[in-house]
Write a protein that binds this ligand. Sequence first.
Ligand SMILES: [Zn+2]
Length: 349
Amino acid sequence: MKAAVFREYSQDPLKVVKIDDVDTPKIKPNEVMIKVDAAAYNYNDLWAIWGDPVKVPLPHISGSDVAGTVVEAGDEVTKLKVGDRVVSHSNMSCRVCDMCTSGREYDCNERLIWGFQTGPLWGGFCQYTHLPEVNVAKIPDSVSFDEAAAVSMVGMTAWHMLVGRAKIKPGQSVLVMGGTSGVGMAGIQIAKLYGCSVIATAGNKEKMDKCTELGADHVVNHREADWYKKVREVTKKQGVDVVFEHIGKSTFPQEVSLLKMGGTLVATGATTGYDSTIDLRYLFFKGTNLLGSTQGNKAELEQVIYWTAMGKIKPLISTVLPFSEMAKGHTMMANGEQIGKIVTTPQKL
Ligand SMILES: [Zn+2]
């Protein structure tokens, strides 16, 4: 089969990621084989190629979000069959510990992100891949493979942040930072689905317009120095109930200052840097809740797929690349050129 393989680390994906012929994998009794029709990119893929901050197993196939069709099922597989349309659930955890059995698989000590930390040669950017049944969710016919791949990890992550962690309620105000990123576009739509008012931020006019299209009630340019004053104006100086954060140090202190009394900031990343500061008076005097969040559980992924099928979450896809040109997607991602997700199609070279 064809697979996008790299055998050494490099800052330049175009130098090392090559479409190679590799052996088609064999499944274990608890696994299914998936013919991969669509695979979406994540920032994890770049960390793997760079070998920084994590050294992944080499040779490596990246890709944590795939959608396709089950073409083989192991003897112990009980709920999936050949022909099922499916999407990957990339949280690989032990499924036995108290975290896993209480629905907190993302807190399992043995958790690995499939397609990032797994290998050698075990990820999604290839024509056939294999996963345990528990790491696969069915998708209905009304959700395309491209959509399923594009929405799965970011949708689950955003759902877990807002619904699982911040526990949003109708009528609340939610500030979604970086509204056209993968998690941001899902965050806007999930907050609207829950009847919240949404203020989104973006870095230029084109991205701001896209946030409005996705359903944001107000949009602010977070590259302007006084962006947080504009948010405060929009809320008539009341502040917001929830901040949806993944930007990091460049905006974090202002985000904390924008919370209402008893408000909640939920964070899942730190793109602009992690060594931020916080004015502790905001923390204790205002009864602020600071929550961390990483990925989500399979039931949350299934909620996202359900609402995607219902048309309430529309995955934002920037580009679909033929597989022979898939390495370009990594450089597009590194340069932040895309609005929404990049997808490649391993069956279409
Ligand atoms: Zn576990």
